[in-house]
Design a protein around this ligand. Sequence first.
Ligand code: SF4
Ligand code: SF4
Length: 189
Amino acid sequence: MTQLESRGLSCLGCTGVCCTDVANSMMVTPIEIVDLFSYLLKSKADLQSLNEKMMVSVIKYKLDILPPGIKKKSQFRRTYTCPFFLGSEFGCPLPRDIKPYGCLGFNRQKNENNIDNDCWSKKEILESQSKANNEAELNIWIKTELNLDWDKEYLPLAVIHFIHLFGIDDNSFENFLQRARLFAPHPLD
Ligand code: SF4
Ligand code: SF4
């Protein structure tokens, strides 16, 4: 992102459409939701109201419903406004090291005042980053340990899933994190 900004490619002046239902169809991996949930617990987020906010998004954008004829989520992506998005003025409140790769990797790549064509995700950078961190094995470990039935999930559904798994019990999540660190010290530290 810093490199793009040095080339004059910044998000300044944009209303943040990549976080809204215009263009956002972001899904997270198990590692990404573990990181995010850890951050939410550390920041003492109100999980009950967060759960309600996520539910509003799930219902509004039908994130838990597959269209007729579609058997897997991977065959069809719904767009939704991210419940964390604070609008064009304040943007995303999540720190950079917590944001999912899908958000970090989606950037302005051209400056032709046509947001539809100027911005896209450089997936190869995301994939090499993920490989460098050996995330595949850790994702499988988390999935097995927590009995998740998904490899990637819409962010609101993943947050709801984790709130239901761990509730407000910081200790059970901390125990889980300790086991995860024993399996793979990085990137959960
Ligand atoms: S990546 Fe593109 S759509 Fe997203 S905030 Fe930046 S300029 Fe706007
Ligand atoms: S997590 Fe942040 S950057 Fe990603 S879609 Fe939501 S508001 Fe946008």
